[in-house]
Each structure stands twice: as C-alpha cells, then as structure tokens.
Write a protein that binds this ligand. Structure first.
Ligand code: GLA
Length: 381
C-alpha cells in the first residue's frame, strides 16, 4: 500500500514541481459471499482489499478539476460549476461524484491531482467504486467534510445508476467507503447496517483472477435484476429479501422454471450469507468454506452468471488440500474467483492453482493473497 502511496506522491512532485498537499485512497473489494443479493435488499459479506486507487492532490484557486490518470497516461479536466456528462472515460466517475456532492449542497473546490491504482480493471474487483470513493474523498477533504461512508456509498451508487446508467447495487461502494482492516463486513443492504467479521484464525483469502474479462455484463445484469423483481412481485413483497427459504420452498411450484431458479439463488444466498457471518464470528473456516462452495454452485446452476473459466479456477482451487472453499466473486461473466485457504500452505496453493488452471484452460491466471484493508480515507501529506 505505501509503495504506491509514495509513487503517486513522487509523480505529483515531478509533474507539478511542488509537493502534493493531500492524499486520498480507496480500496477495491472482494466479496466473500452474498452475490447478486444487494439489489434485492439482502445481505453481502465483502472485504476491502489491499489494492486500491490513490489520488495525490492540491487545492486550486480556480473552479477547475485537473487530473492526470497515470496508469492511462491521460489528462482530463472539468469545471466544477458546470459539470456535463460526456463519454465513458474514467473522469466521468470523478465528475459524477462532484455532481452528486454538489447536488447535496456540498461546496466544491477545484484541485489538481494524480490518480494511480493497482486494481486490475474489468476484473470484478470494483476499480470503478474505488475511483468514485477516492474522488469523493478528495472533494470531502477540500470541503472540510468528515467522511460519512454510507452517504458516500449512496452517492457512488447514484453515479453508477444516474450518471452512467448502470443499474448496479450498493455493495461495492459501501465496502470501499467503510472497509475495516482485518475484517470483512456484513452489510444489510436495506438498513445499511454494517457488522465486522474477522477472517477465521489461520486462514487467508486468495483472489483468483481468471484473466478473462466481463463480457455482456450490463445487459445480463439488468436482465437478472428484472427477473428478481418479477419474483418479488409474485410473492407480493418489496424485494426477495422478504421471502424466507421456507416460504420459497412451499411456494416454488407457483413460479415458472427460470424465475424459480433466479429466486432460489437469491433467497438461499441471503441465508448462506447470514450463516457465513456466524461462521466467521465463530472462527469456523470449514463452515465458511463450505458455504462459499454452495454459493458457487447456486451462481453457476441457478443464477447462471458463472463461466467455464470461473468454474475451472474454482475447481482448481478446491482440488488443493489447503482450500476450505472457493467461488466466483462479483457480478460474474468473467473476472475473479475467491478462495479461503489455510495460511501455512499459501505458496503451494498458488503454484497448484496456476498449474491446474493453465492445464485446463491454456490461460495464465493472476493470484493475489490479500488481507482485509481499511476503507477510503484522506489526509494531509
Ligand atoms: C456488481 C455490482 C454489485 C453487486 C455485484 C453482484 O459488482 O456492482 O452491486 O450486485 O455485482 O453481487
């Protein structure tokens, strides 16, 4: 973490000839369990990862934001008193946050800054949410606003939904904004209550990047949302969160086969997520791992958002004796899996998955061991 912090500060100095006044950070995330439940008012259990987005910045006297995206070698700027949407370039996330903050009456100041990160883009580790939260942190710093994680997460979600037209839920922004070092967070996506859950002692989380990127994710994602909404309508409730596993089992026959599969995933996944939280509180890695495996099967067979690559990497992980459990993570259709393993065998596990996944698919995966990071923050340099 501090290596990239130093690098972005150094870059700022080289580019502008003086030291940056501020630094902001927001992490990416990996979801341990609770997939496609957030937009059903349900439960999720993600953790913030060590990879994230840094912004080194200083206040400007003009009403302008000027950014250099170091990873893309691209400059962008916009006036904060007249923010207009343009294309889908990364600066839209920053503009979107500025728009949502000023809509809420927060007085914005101009700044110049350098954005640099180490979250692979399109891998399902929420680089967009991290950029939204890091930009939000920069604006908050200059507006002298304390960091309110849930308010900021809602603004980030509004950027996705209203500024960019993507119907995503609130999980990614919440965990990036509210993450706690050493803990995953159970998030109740209706009440927005968050409860920390430590990783079981002696276990590690490994992110399993298939090296495939999400395709068609937005149309398939919106389609899943609609299917869930029609399921909720059938049960006469506000969201599938309100249907218990028992009620579903008793009435499943009323639904058409497709809606039944989609509802089954969401309703059982909500229960698995609550069970996983209990397992974490009890330090039970085996139970947590078993729930992760059930989650994967449900996402693969009932929600149908996995891919052959995600299945292959999950199987490769599960075939190692140190693995308590593994599953796909995030929206699906490519991207990453996540595994919970016994910490002492991490090196052997990583080598095994790299070998097995390559043998099965011909692709070279990227594996990252990650501890749970703190959430977004800003500070004076
Ligand atoms: C994406 C969305 C989240 C969530 C997950 C699936 O990451 O941004 O809101 O719906 O997919 O769990």
């Amino acid at each position: 973490m501090s290596r990239l912090r130093d690098a972005v500060l150094q870059l700022y100095y080289e580019r502008y000839g003086h030291a940056a006044e501020w630094i902001a950070f927001a992490p990416g995330r990996v979801n341990l369990i609770g997939e496609h439940t957030d937009y059903n008012d349900g439960f999720v259990l993600p953790m913030a990862i060590e990879r994230g987005i840094w912004i080194a910045f200083s206040r400007l006297d003009t009403a302008n934001v000027a950014i250099y995206f170091a990873d893309l070698n691209r400059d962008a700027s916009f006036p904060i008193d007249k923010i207009v949407r343009s294309d889908h370039s990364p600066v839209e996330y920053v503009k979107g946050m500025a728009h949502m903050l000023s809509r809420d009456g927060i007085v914005l100041h101009g700044w110049q800054g350098i954005v640099q990160g180490d979250i692979p883009v399109g891998a399902g580790l929420s680089s967009s949410a991290a950029l939204e939260m890091a930009a939000g942190a920069a604006f908050c710093a200059l507006a002298d606003r304390p960091w309110h994680p849930i308010e900021m997460a809602r603004r980030g979600q509004a950027v996705e939904n209203e500024w960019l037209g993507l119907q995503t839920g609130i999980m990614d922004q919440t965990i990036s904004a509210a993450g706690q070092a050493g803990n995953a967070l159970l998030i109740d996506c209706r009440s927005m209550a968050v409860s920390p859950a430590p990783l079981p002692p002696g276990s590690l989380v490994v992110i399993l990047d298939t090296s495939t990127r999400r395709g068609l994710v937005h149309s398939a994602y919106n389609e899943r949302r609609q299917q869930c909404e029609s399921g909720a309508k059938h049960f006469g409730v506000a969201a599938l969160r309100d249907v218990s596993v028992e009620t579903f089992m008793a009435r499943a026959g009323e639904l058409d086969a497709l809606t039944r599969r989609r509802c089954k995933h969401v309703i059982t996944e909500n229960q698995r997520t609550l069970d996983a939280f209990e397992a974490m509180r009890a330090g039970d890695a085996r139970r947590l791992g078993a729930l992760m495996v059930e989650s994967h099967v449900s996402l693969r067979d009932d929600f149908e958002v996995s891919t052959e690559y995600l299945n292959a990497i999950v199987e490769a992980a599960r075939s190692h004796p140190a693995c308590f459990g593994a599953r796909m993570t995030g929206a699906g259709f490519g991207g990453c899996g996540v595994a919970l393993i016994a910490a002492e065998d991490a090196d052997d596990f990583v080598a095994h998955v790299e070998r097995e996944y390559h043998a099965q698919t011909g692709k070279t995966p990227a594996l990252y061991v990650s501890s749970a990071s703190r959430g977004a923050f800003y500070e004076r340099v």
